[in-house]
Structure formats: structure tokens, C-alpha cells
Design a protein around this ligand. Structure first.
Ligand code: PRX
Length: 643
């Protein structure tokens, strides 16, 4: 039993892992926090657990805001995830246990995965992909996606994985920004019994992109016409006679491992750059310590490989640690609402890492679904992506964890690369709703705008005050944007973009984004992206989007739109606009609500006051309106609030 040790009048629960868990935990000595006070020594010792072709000259070179970790060292991420496990019994251990949406299964041992990756890396080389060339990957959640990522890192080609739910236009933007010449995709994927036309989206995306050399297509569904013309080629044909003798390229610790695009306050998504040595040190250490990884664990991270969680905690962290990773293509409710629990029972999953939005969905469906299944194999649970409300935490603890499993609530970002704030389950007490304390070797504080630490209990902004090994190194091709976005608020301190407070025990309570980023089901959507998609529609003059609290998704997108002169509000226009956004960006960005309005509330200088829109969307009394240029704008909007 993990024990609840207090329940104060303020409804603050504190949980401690069971004695048994703590006794067996990989990290059971709280002295680790003290030890890691010497950050550089801590991270250097952790780096030394990886396999290096050449040792580094320096642990950290810090020319704010540019960091070099383990500079001079040489290693390869794919080698660390595969080759180094082959000498001992891990060679025949499952690296990937896969189940597709349609129930097909596949197991790949470390030896087999190494074989596939080596072959595909050789294929990429033979197609002319060189160290430093960016390869775009747009794939369903199938083993070939992992093979593709590791094959890229094997030859030193940074990958740019684009989430399979993104639209053609989103793919095009990312291909263009990264100047990528090779795309790896699949004919299609499965989703809730339907076929997702991935290759079709790639074809659409590539219209007008001149630079593409090859599109490699994995046959997932069996659409024979998915490969056409000179440019396209089937993965299985390339692999048929490929040799498996592609040695791993010796990469500098600071060579780019991958680029991953994420939404920010303004403009198009930015390419977050992660490099090799520090990233791998950060993700392998956090994965091992936070998930208390043991040799026999069956570890399941439900995130898609298109997000950072998929990169760090489905691929690089667990495989560097020699874990057995369960990979699932489908959704929790197909064919039935107990699919996750069925899989946990079937494969004996021991560690489950998922998002609060999923947990709230399960809560809504009710406990009868998990109750039908045997979940006794589970020993540790994790959450990520957004704040978890204590009710959902307690439900997860009781109905999934059988009141036996500790829960690690992990705070981090695409940019941080690795988990930054989380409990260590054998050491740290857990408070539902708090991500607890910074990981050893990570320095985080809550500061006010002017950079002063706030009092305990006061709301401020999350700051990371010292560089950390898995930090982003820059925004791809845009050092200035990197500097301004993350290091422009306070000198030498990383601005995370989250509001938070620290309680009297030093625990962090994340409130949410303080910028114009909406967190929909744990996915970041920039208001600017949705707004620019909307104004590209011929009927729309202006658009403003906000995140509206949503019981399951955390936040939902609500948009306020004014129409162009002479355009009448047709009955089906709202739906048309919603679908237009989905087509431009992807279904995850589709607004839940679109309100047509005469005017938007603006300041005298013409800036839209989103706070007022938020009040209206959430049905609250409208706060301060003194800065409004035209008070009548609000009267019309108030009618919307009453609808
Ligand atoms: O607002 C925070 C929220 O997700 C943001 C980062 O989003 P992204 O880069 O897409 O990465 C998501 C997965 C790492 C953060 O700025 N967030 C992430 N984890 C938590 C969280 N908010 C509260 N609690 C968390 N555990």
C-alpha cells in the first residue's frame, strides 16, 4: 500500500510510497539531492554511464545563453540504444513489444532491432543521406517509426518527426524550415477503425516543395498505389537486400540529434534543437531514476513519437537504459473502452506513463472498465503534459494503481528535453496536483517579472536558473528567437512560460501557461497559429483565440471571429471554419467553439484583450474594461456569453 500520511483541513493529501517499494527502489537515499548539489560532478558521473567513443574535454561550457555539454566527447545515440546492449543477456531481451490498433503484434529483441536499424541506416546512406542532413518522419506508431529515428541517429542525420495528426500544410512548413530532402512515411495508419491517409498528406505537402529527393513509404495498411513515380520508394523493397553492417557514426556530443517543432506565442512553430551527449545523459538518467527502472519492467509510455515525450521517454531514454518498451498504435476506446487495461493485463505492463487528459476521460467512463481487468502487474504510474487535478490523481491512484503504485507527476517541456521537476518515487513524498521538487542536478525557482524569487505560496513564473544537459541549444536557424523567447525575460535564467507557486515544503504547483499557448489535452497549440489559419479563410476579417477551461481536455480552443464586409453569417459557416482550421493545422487544433461577433475587444493601441474573451467564454463577469477602446464591443460579446 502506498500510504497517505496526512490529510489536512485544506484538503492537501500527502502520499508516501510503500515501505516495500522504497526498500527496493533504485534511488532510496534522499542524500541524492545533497550529492547532486555539485551539479557538474553529478552530471559528469551520469554521462560516464553512457558509451563514448571518446571522452569529453569539459563538462560544461556556458556562454549564456549558449551551452555546450561534454564538449569534445564523441558518441552515438543509436549505438547507446542498441549496440552496447548486445554483449550481454539484453541482446535477446525484447526492446519493443508492439500491438497495432487492429490487434497485430510484433516483438523485437535488442539484437533484432539493432539488425533492422543497421539495415535501414545503410539504406539511408545509400540514398545519399549524410551526416547533418535533416530527415522528416511522418509515421504512425509502428516499430518502423522507431527504426527510422534510430537509423537517422546512427548515421548522424538529425530527424524531424512530424506528428501523424498534423495536416499537409503543417508538414510542408516543417520540411521547408528544416530544408529536409528525405521523408519517411507510411501508406496509411489506423485510427478507430478508419484509415488515416498519411502518404496522401505527404503528397499534398510536397506540392510546391522542390527539394525533396525521396519519399520512403512503409506498407502499413496495404495501399498499393501509395508509391508512384521516381520519387517514392517502398521501405520493404529497400530493406529486402540491404546489408546490416552500418557502423554508427562518431558524433560530437554537441552535434544535433533531432529537431522537434513546437508552438510558441508568436508566428510559426519553432524548431527546437537537441544535441547528442547532454540530451542522452539527461533522458537516460531521468528515465531510470524517476521510473525506478528494473531489468524486468515492461514500460509503457502512451505518448505519440511525434511529441517530445515520445522522443525522450518512448525511444531514447528507455532504449538507452535497455528497457522493454511497449508500443501501441491505437486509442484507449477502440474497439472498447477497456483497451488500455486489456493491454496491461495481456503484456504484464509494470510502468504506465500517460497524460491527465486520458485519466480524466477514464474517470468519465467509470471504473467498471479497469475493474474488469487484472492490473496487478503495475507498480508505478506517471503523468505528464498538464497539471493534474487532485481528483484525477486520486482516481488514478485508486482505480489504476490499486492504491499500491506511486505516481510521478513529471513537469517538463519540449525545450527542456528531459523531466525537470518530479518526485523520485523511492524518496520523495507525493502531493496530488503538485509535480513535487526539481530533479537532482536541476535548479528551478519561481520568480517575479523582475527576477526576484517570490514568497512561498505566491504565484510567479517558473525559471530554470542553471543550464542542464538536455536543454535545447537553439531554435533551428534562429539564435535570436532562442535568446529572446527563453532568455530575454531575466538575464541568464530560462523562462519556461509557466505560472506556478511553491508551497511551504518546497513543492512546485504548476498553474499553466502564461503566454498565448493553449494546452489542449497536453498538446501545445499557439493562438497565433489558429488565428492565422482562421484569417486565411475568405470569410474572416479578424480572429482571436483563447484557451477555455475544459473538464477533460484541460483547455479547449474558443475562437472569436469577425467577418469581412459584405459576408453574411451563413448557418454552416461556423462548422466550415472549424474544419478549415483542422485542415490547415490538424484535428487537434480544431476549435471547440467559434463565435461570430461584430467586434473584438481591443485596447486603444489595437491589441486584442484576450482576458475579456476568456471571461466571456467561461461565463464569468467581465473584469476591468477601462483599457477598452470601445465599450460597445463588449455589449455584443456579452450576448454570446449568455448563449
Ligand atoms: O505548461 C506546461 C505543461 O506542458 C508545457 C510543455 O508542453 P510540451 O512542450 O508540449 O511538452 C509536453 C510534455 C513534456 C509546459 O510548459 N506541462 C507539462 N508537464 C506538466 C505540465 N503542466 C503541469 N504539470 C506537468 N506535469
Amino acid at each position: 500500500m502506498s500510504k497517505e500520511i496526512t490529510l489536512s483541513s485544506e484538503n492537501k493529501h500527502v502520499f508516501q510510497s510503500s515501505e516495500e517499494f522504497r526498500k527496493d527502489a533504485l534511488i532510496s537515499d534522499p542524500g541524492i539531492y545533497q550529492k547532486a548539489e555539485d551539479r557538474l560532478a553529478f552530471w559528469e558521473e551520469r554521462a560516464s554511464t553512457l558509451s563514448w567513443f571518446k571522452k569529453w574535454d569539459t563538462v560544461l561550457e556556458w556562454n549564456p545563453p549558449f551551452a555546450k555539454w561534454f564538449n569534445g566527447g564523441k558518441l552515438n545515440a543509436s549505438y547507446n540504444c542498441l549496440d552496447r546492449h548486445l554483449a550481454g543477456p539484453r541482446a535477446d531481451k525484447n526492446a519493443i513489444v508492439f500491438e497495432g490498433e487492429n490487434g497485430d503484434t510484433q516483438m523485437l529483441t535488442y539484437k533484432e532491432l539493432h539488425h533492422e536499424v543497421s539495415k535501414f541506416a545503410g539504406v539511408l546512406r545509400s540514398l545519399g543521406v549524410k551526416k547533418g542532413d535533416v530527415v522528416t518522419i511522418y509515421m504512425p506508431m509502428i516499430p518502423e517509426a522507431v527504426v527510422a529515428m534510430l537509423a537517422c541517429s546512427r548515421i548522424g542525420a538529425p530527424h524531424s518527426v512530424v506528428f501523424g495528426g498534423f495536416s499537409a500544410e503543417a508538414i510542408r512548413d516543417r520540411i521547408n524550415d528544416a530544408k529536409s530532402k528525405i521523408v519517411i512515411t507510411a501508406d496509411a495508419g489506423y485510427r478507430r477503425g478508419k484509415v488515416l491517409p498519411l502518404k496522401e498528406n505527404v503528397d499534398e505537402a510536397l506540392k510546391g516543395v522542390a527539394e525533396i529527393d525521396k519519399v520512403i513509404v512503409v506498407r502499413r495498411v496495404g495501399l498499393d498505389n501509395a508509391v508512384q513515380g521516381e520519387r517514392d520508394v517502398w521501405y520493404h523493397e529497400l530493406m529486402k537486400d540491404a546489408a546490416a553492417d552500418c557502423p554508427a557514426e562518431e558524433m560530437d556530443a554537441e552535434d544535433i540529434l533531432f529537431i522537434l517543432y513546437t508552438s510558441g506565442t508568436t508566428g510559426k512553430p519553432k524548431g527546437v534543437v537537441h544535441t547528442t551527449g547532454g540530451y542522452l545523459t539527461g533522458v537516460s538518467t531521468t528515465h531510470q531514476y524517476i521510473f525506478d527502472l528494473k531489468e524486468n519492467d515492461v514500460y509503457w509510455c502512451t505518448a505519440d513519437i511525434g511529441w517530445i515525450t515520445g522522443h525522450s521517454y518512448l525511444v531514447y531514454g528507455p532504449l538507452a537504459n535497455g528497457a522493454t518498451v511497449f508500443l501501441f498504435e491505437g486509442t484507449p476506446d477502440y474497439p472498447a473502452k477497456d483497451r488500455y487495461w486489456e493491454l496491461i493485463e495481456k503484456y504484464g505492463v509494470t510502468i504506465l506513463y500517460t497524460a491527465p487528459t486520458a485519466i480524466r476521460t477514464f474517470m468519465k467512463w467509470g471504473e467498471s472498465y479497469p475493474q474488469k481487468r487484472n492490473l496487478n502487474s503495475l507498480r508505478l504510474l506517471g503523468t505528464v503534459g498538464e497539471p493534474i487535478n487532485p481528483e484525477a490523481w486520486l482516481w488514478y491512484h485508486k482505480h489504476i494503481g490499486g492504491e499500491r503504485c506511486p505516481i510521478v507527476d513529471t513537469w517538463w517541456q519540449t525545450e527542456t528535453g528531459m523531466i525537470m521537476i518530479s518526485a523520485l518515487p523511492g524518496v520523495t513524498d507525493m502531493k496530488p496536483g503538485s509535480c513535487s521538487v526539481p530533479f537532482p542536478g536541476v535548479k528551478a525557482e519561481i520568480l517575479n517579472r523582475s527576477g526576484q524569487p517570490v514568497q512561498n505560496g505566491e504565484v510567479g513564473f517558473v525559471a530554470i536558473t542553471e543550464p542542464w544537459p538536455a536543454m535545447l541549444r537553439t531554435v533551428y536557424g534562429d539564435d535570436k528567437r532562442y535568446k529572446d523567447t527563453y532568455w530575454g525575460t531575466w538575464p541568464d535564467r530560462y523562462f519556461a512560460g509557466d505560472g506556478a507557486k511553491i508551497d511551504e515544503d518546497g513543492y512546485f504547483w504548476i498553474i499553466g501557461r502564461v503566454d498565448d499557448v493553449i494546452n489542449v489535452s497536453g498538446h501545445r497549440i499557439g493562438t497565433a497559429e489558429v488565428e492565422s489559419a482562421l484569417v486565411e479563410h475568405p470569410a474572416v476579417a479578424e480572429a482571436a483565440c483563447i484557451g477555455k477551461s475544459h473538464e477533460v481536455k484541460g483547455q479547449a480552443i474558443a475562437a472569436f471571429v469577425t467577418l469581412r464586409e459584405g459576408v453574411a453569417a451563413r448557418e454552416d459557416l461556423v462548422n466550415e471554419l472549424k474544419n478549415h482550421v483542422a485542415a490547415k493545422i490538424g484535428a487537434i487544433a480544431k476549435p471547440d467553439e467559434i463565435h461570430l461577433t461584430e467586434e473584438l475587444p481591443k485596447t486603444r493601441s489595437g491589441k486584442i484583450i484576450r482576458r475579456i474573451l476568456r471571461d466571456i467564454a467561461e461565463g464569468r463577469a467581465i473584469g476591468d474594461t477601462t483599457t477598452l477602446a470601445d465599450a460597445s464591443a463588449v455589449e455584443a460579446l456579452q450576448q454570446i456569453g449568455k448563449q
